[in-house]
Design a protein around this ligand. Structure first.
Ligand SMILES: NC(=O)c1ccc[n+]([C@@H]2O[C@H](COP(=O)([O-])OP(=O)(O)OC[C@H]3O[C@@H](n4cnc5c(N)ncnc54)[C@H](OP(=O)(O)O)[C@@H]3O)[C@@H](O)[C@H]2O)c1
Length: 254
């Protein structure tokens, strides 16, 4: 057996109160990690998840943090480190949701919010948490990007700008911290089935799936599996990667 073993590791998952964040956190916990779960508004969900993971034998705690604020992420680092230790694994997953409009109609505030929640989120997390990984010579940064960053579909300009911007930060970071045995990778989901679809019965979308080589939407668990792999020792020689988990819907060129 070849296990994904994260026992003894502490992971921070931003946006752990969200659709994908919850499943990513559960999956890292199943692999043995302890979890610092961040939320912005949905404290009840994050705290319920922390209780669930603690009942399963992990150390887990919910923390309120605004990923757009350097001060909030610095405070998160101090609180997490005091509670447990300096984290080994960062999962930069949170995103600000907003209505998608054409470039001609999209309010400038949405470009700014995507810059803050995609680009600066990743900068704040790196500046707060990577320094403590350096002397330990072990660290994992796994950021959640999207297939949309390669598609450039209409109405997605602010989202695409934010996600393509974070891609640049993360590729540079991978080069800068590689000598310390810290890896920096991105998982890029397609349009993913999550709990809200299961509740609403909207898992199937033939219009979308028709163009996907695997002919279906992926699941939150399939995204979380890729995150767990990249967070593990099995992925020790992978860095700077943008890994689509989208059934082949986008394929980066070589
Ligand atoms: N779902 C998909 O099909 C899909 C596809 C491709 C890529 N993605 C990517 O996957 C990631 C997760 O998406 P999702 O669909 O799971 O999103 P979601 O359900 O809307 O969750 C968003 C999360 O981000 C948190 N958040 C929002 N603004 C924040 C801020 N300023 N500071 C801190 N946390 C903040 C929310 O916290 P509260 O709820 O507590 O306020 C929530 O936990 C995103 O990066 C997204 O771009 C998703």
């Amino acid at each position: 057996m070849l296990p994904i073993d994260l026992s003894g590791r502490l992971a921070v998952v931003t946006g752990a109160s969200g659709e994908l964040g919850r499943v990513i956190a559960r999956t890292l916990a199943l692999a043995g990690a302890d979890l610092a779960l961040t939320y912005l508004n949905n404290a009840a969900t994050a705290e319920a998840l922390a209780s669930e993971l603690a009942a399963a034998g992990r150390r887990a705690r919910a923390f309120r943090a605004d990923v757009t604020s350097a001060g909030s992420i610095a405070a998160l680092r101090d609180a997490v480190t005091e509670w447990h230790s300096a984290p080994d694994i960062l999962v930069n997953n949170a995103v600000i949701q907003y209505p998608w409009k054409s470039v001609l109609e999209q309010p400038l505030a949405d470009y700014e919010s995507q810059f803050r929640s995609c680009v600066l989120h990743n900068v704040h997390m790196a500046q707060a948490f990577v320094p403590a990984m350096i002397p330990r010579r072990w660290g994992r940064v796994v950021a959640i990007n999207t297939e949309c960053a390669m598609q450039n579909f209409v109405t997605q300009s602010a989202y695409v700008a934010g996600k393509r911007g974070m891609d640049g930060v993360l590729r540079v970071l991978a080069k800068e911290v590689g000598e310390h045995a810290i890896t920096v990778n991105q998982v890029a989901p397609g349009w993913t089935v999550s709990a809200k679809d299961r509740v609403a019965g909207t898992e199937v979308n033939e219009g979308y799936s028709r163009n996907v080589p695997l002919r279906r939407r992926g699941t939150d668990q399939e995204i979380a599996n890729a995150v767990a792999f990249l967070a593990s020792d099995l992925a020790s020689y992978i860095t700077g990667a943008y890994l689509p988990v989208c059934g082949g819907n986008v394929m980066p060129a070589i």
